[in-house]
Design a binder for this molecule. Structure first.
Ligand code: GUN
Ligand code: ZN
Length: 442
């Protein structure tokens, strides 16, 4: 049924730019008694409740649907810039670092996706859980099987979500039952791009797993695909683990450094995002910045797999755009609140605590920018798609108790990202319609 307009009332926080290390107050807007006016699935106005109401034509004021979330915090839907949906079943697997973890846990899990029914079931579960965590956009790895992308995009399309996904390309150093070839991956990716790229809110992301599992011939294919159509995205992994880096150096002795492997195949540029980037040289950071290639910071994963401490301050200062990411199943939670909290703890290990506002930016507009999707999502600028999450600090007793003793906004926001998780998600809205409500029967 067509509803004329929707007015959402609550405490609104969103960003216009990276607040940086100095927390530039011009980079965000916070409205204690705020209104979000939505029509046709997009933001029509955002501001003080009184002012938005006063600016409304009489007719709209009378016909609008009113959604009262007073006391709760309304932020743009969270953006998870790097996550593997087939890895839902390896969450919390003990005792391995990256390369062994892939062999012992991850590859067997991904092999089970040879069965399309497994892919469909997992994709539906994953999309439902993303919404329950307040995440409305993600850059998602499928498996090597083309039908795993169909399963994911179908599930995302059913919820009208803006999503990126790609078939993992890997033609070496992996089990036979997960191996494609340069040629078969070219054919599969082309067909998937035809089928899904630009369909509604979906976009294809060319996804060579990482330098270890692709031959030069396959990386060549990936670079050609990226160049073949405007608005295609790229995702892969970069400089996560020391053993991985040593292996890449062995496999590509002619490359100046890890990033250079991807560079030589035309895999850097706008809409290209690389997970991790923990152990990068200044030269690599400079090249990332110059090419507008971005990094997905995956703090729960980096801690869980013992990969190292990503230096957010240093990376951002080099001019590299950084998005936050869960990296499930290397990461331990789909919650971007938990991810922000973990990111803060990592920054503390480096004696460089990330400012509160920068963390919230990173989970919203920062993620949208890192994925090249800021024209559509990331804040409540007029015309943006109306995806948002409603957060309740009263949902967890310890958090509620803490917030009762926190006066400043930044103190409350900090407590929410350190103590909060998906229990704080009261509702998630997609294109101006409710897509998840806490306590509702699914
Ligand atoms: N590097 C290559 N593949 C993967 C993966 O699935 N997870 C993580 N964390 N790193 C990777
Ligand atoms: Zn990953």
């Amino acid at each position: 049924p067509h509803v004329h307009a929707t007015l959402v009332r609550g405490r609104i926080l969103h960003f216009f730019a990276d607040p940086g290390e100095d927390s530039d107050p011009a980079s965000w807007q916070y409205i204690e008694d705020g209104a979000l006016l939505i029509d046709g699935g997009v933001v029509r106005d955002c501001g003080e409740w009184d002012k938005v109401l006063a600016a409304l034509p009489q007719h709209t004021r009378h016909t609008a649907r009113l959604i009262d979330h007073r006391g709760k915090l309304i932020v743009p839907g969270f953006v998870d810039t790097h996550v593997h949906y087939p890895q839902m079943r390896v969450l919390g697997s003990y005792g391995r670092q990256l390369l062994d973890w892939l062999n012992d846990y991850t590859f067997p899990a991904e092999a089970s996706f040879a069965d399309p029914a497994v892919a469909e079931r997992t994709a539906k579960f994953f999309v439902d859980r993303l919404l329950a965590h307040g995440t409305t956009t993600a850059s998602v790895y499928a498996t090597v099987h083309a039908h795993s992308v169909d399963a994911f995009f179908s599930a995302a399309e059913a919820k009208r979500l803006r999503m990126l996904c790609g078939k993992v390309m890997m033609d070496r150093h992996c089990p036979d039952n997960l191996r494609d070839t340069a040629d078969s991956s070219a054919r599969d990716c082309s067909a998937l791009i035809e089928r899904w790229h630009g369909k509604g809110r979906l976009r294809y992301c060319v996804t060579p797993r990482f330098a270890i599992t692709s031959t030069p011939a396959q990386l060549q294919v990936a670079g050609e695909l990226y160049a073949s159509r405007p608005d295609l995205h790229v995702q892969s992994h970069l400089s996560e683990n020391l053993a991985e880096i040593a292996f890449v150096r062995e496999l590509f002795p002619d490359s100046a450094h890890y990033l250079d492997v991807y560079d030589r195949f035309g895999l850097l540029g706008p809409r290209a995002i690389y997970g991790h980037g923990i152990h990068l040289s200044d030269a690599e950071l400079a090249r990332l910045a110059a090419s507008q290639t971005t990094i997905a910071f995956c703090p729960t994963s980096n801690r869980f797999l013992g990969s190292g401490h990503f230096d957010y301050r240093r990376t951002a200062a080099a001019g590299v755009s950084v998005g936050l990411a869960s990296d499930v199943g290397g990461g331990t939670s789909l919650s971007m609140l938990r991810t922000m909290g973990a990111g803060y703890e990592v920054s503390q290990m480096l004696q460089a605590p990330t400012p509160v506002m920068r963390s919230w930016y990173g989970a919203t507009l920062g993620g949208a920018q890192a994925l090249g999707l800021e024209g559509f999502i990331g804040n409540f600028a007029i015309g943006k798609e109306a995806d948002f999450v409603v957060l309740d600090t009263q949902a967890i007793p310890e958090l509620a108790f803490r917030v009762a003793h926190a006066n400043a906004l930044t103190e409350q926001l900090f407590a929410l990202m350190v103590l909060g998780d998906e229990r704080c998600v009261a509702a998630t809205w997609v294109l101006g319609e409710p897509a998840y409500q806490a306590g509702a029967v699914a």
